[in-house]
Design a protein. Structure first.
Length: 395
C-alpha cells in the first residue's frame, strides 16, 4: 500500500518551524518540537527535511521568494510599500530569521541570501529613483535598506498585531522613509557626529601590564565583538584570549565559562545603553525634547556599539535561562520607556501604533550601523536621525 503525504505538509512544516525559530531561537528548537507542532513524529519529519539547517534554509527562502515576487510586481513607491508591508505581516518571522538566525547557515547559502536581498534593494532603488530622479544612488539604496528594516521590525513584537492595521501603518512608514531628504546630510552640523560617551574605551596598555580589572574589561569588549562577528558557538576561549594578549586558559581567571563571559558582556553593554539613553531623556525639559534627546543618544550609542547591538540580537538565546529572562526583561522595559514617551508627544497614537513605530526605529538604527557599505558613511548619524524622526512621526 502506498502512503500518501497530506497535501501542503511541507508548507505546514515550514510555517511551524519558522514560528518556533522566531519565538525561541534556532538553537532552542529541536526537530522533535517542530514535528509535534505539525502533529507528526520526528522520523516522519525527516522524510521531508534532512535536518534543522535545511528547515531554516527553506523557511528563509520561502519568505524571501515571497518578497522578491511582490517587489517584481511593484512599479511605484506606493506599490513597493504595499509589497513590503504585506510580506512583513504575512511572513512575520522573516525579519528575525534573516537578521538573527540566517548567520548560522552554511557560507554559500549566506552569500546567496545576501545576493537575493541586494537584488530586492536594486528593484526598490530603481523604482525610487524613477520617482525621485535627483536622488543619488547611495542615498536611494540607504533609504531602501531602511524601508526593509522598518518592516522587519514587526518581527520583534512579542504579540502579533492586528494584520490590517499593521499593514496599513507599515505602508505609511515605508512611504515616510522613502521620502526622507538625505541631500546635505553630511553638512548638517553637530548632529552628524556621534556624541561622545562612556562606551568609548581608553587605549589599552601592553598586555602584560594590564591590571586584572582592566583585563576583564578588555575581555568583555572582545567577547561582544567576536560573538557578534562569528557567533557564540564559533568563538573559542583561545580566540578570546588571543584578542587581548593572553592564553585561552587564562580567560578562566576572569570568567567561570564562555557562557558567563557572554552574559557579563551583554549585561555591561545594556547598562551602558540604559545609562546613556535614560540619562539623556531624564535631563531633557518636556516630552518633545526628551524624545529628541533619547533618539540622539540611541543613534550615538549605536554608532559606537554596533557589535553589542548585533550580539544582543543574535546571541541572547544562547544565554542560560535566568540571564535570558533578564535580557528579555530589559528589552521590554526599554521598549516601554519609548512607547510611553512617544505617546506623550503624539497622544493620538494608541499603544499598538506606538509599539510598531518604536520597533521600526530600533530595527532601522540597529541595521543601519551594521549594514555595509552604508555603515561607513560619514553622515550616517544625521541620516539615521532624519529617518528615525520620520518613523516616529515627529519633526
Amino acid at each position: 500500500m502506498v502512503v500518501r503525504r497530506p497535501p501542503g505538509r511541507r508548507a505546514q512544516i515550514l510555517a511551524v518551524a519558522a514560528d518556533r525559530f522566531h519565538r525561541s531561537g534556532y538553537h532552542q528548537v529541536s526537530m522533535t518540537e517542530v514535528a509535534a507542532g505539525v502533529g507528526i513524529t520526528a522520523p516522519a519529519l525527516y522524510r521531508h527535511f534532512r535536518g534543522k539547517p535545511e528547515l531554516l534554509d527553506r523557511a528563509v527562502r520561502l519568505g524571501l521568494d515571497a518578497l522578491a515576487d511582490a517587489l517584481r510586481a511593484a512599479g511605484t513607491t506606493g506599490e513597493v510599500g504595499a509589497a513590503l508591508a504585506a510580506v512583513a505581516v504575512g511572513h512575520r518571522p522573516l525579519g528575525t530569521l534573516v537578521q538573527r538566525d540566517a548567520r548560522l547557515l552554511p557560507p554559500a547559502r549566506r552569500a546567496a541570501l545576501r545576493r537575493e536581498l541586494r537584488a530586492d534593494v536594486a528593484l526598490m532603488t530603481a523604482v525610487l529613483r524613477a520617482e525621485r530622479p535627483g536622488l543619488a544612488a547611495p542615498d536611494a539604496e540607504l533609504l531602501c535598506w531602511s524601508a526593509l528594516s522598518v518592516c522587519a521590525g514587526l518581527s520583534y513584537q512579542s504579540a502579533a498585531p492586528q494584520p490590517r492595521r499593521a499593514e496599513a501603518l507599515l505602508r505609511e512608514l515605508v512611504a515616510a522613509v522613502l521620502a526622507v531628504p538625505l541631500d546635505g546630510a553630511a553638512a548638517a552640523g553637530p548632529a552628524a557626529a556621534p556624541p561622545a560617551g562612556p562606551a568609548a574605551a581608553p587605549p589599552a596598555g601592553p598586555p602584560t601590564e594590564a591590571r586584572p580589572q582592566a583585563r576583564r574589561e578588555e575581555l568583555l569588549a572582545a567577547a561582544v565583538r567576536l560573538f557578534h562577528q562569528r557567533g557564540f558557538d564559533n568563538v573559542s576561549t583561545d580566540q578570546l584570549g588571543a584578542a587581548v594578549g593572553i592564553s585561552g586558559p587564562s580567560v578562566y581567571r576572569h570568567f567561570d565559562s564562555k557562557a558567563h563571559l557572554l552574559a557579563a558582556s551583554l549585561v555591561r553593554s545594556r547598562e551602558r545603553l540604559w545609562h546613556e539613553v535614560d540619562g539623556a531623556i531624564a535631563a531633557a525639559d518636556g516630552p518633545g525634547a526628551a524624545l529628541a534627546a533619547g533618539l540622539g543618544a540611541y543613534v550615538g550609542f549605536a554608532l559606537r556599539n554596533g557589535d553589542y547591538l548585533g550580539a544582543m540580537l543574535s546571541e541572547t538565546e544562547r544565554l542560560a535561562p535566568p540571564d535570558r529572562r533578564a535580557a528579555v526583561d530589559f528589552r521590554r522595559d526599554f521598549l516601554r520607556t519609548w512607547v510611553v514617551l512617544l505617546r506623550q508627544v503624539r497622544p493620538e497614537y494608541d499603544a499598538a501604533t506606538a509599539r510598531i513605530r518604536v520597533h521600526a526605529l530600533f530595527a532601522l538604527v540597529n541595521d543601519g550601523v551594521r549594514n555595509r557599505p552604508h555603515s561607513a558613511r560619514p553622515d550616517l548619524g544625521d541620516c539615521l536621525l532624519r529617518l528615525g524622526r520620520a518613523v516616529l512621526g515627529v519633526s
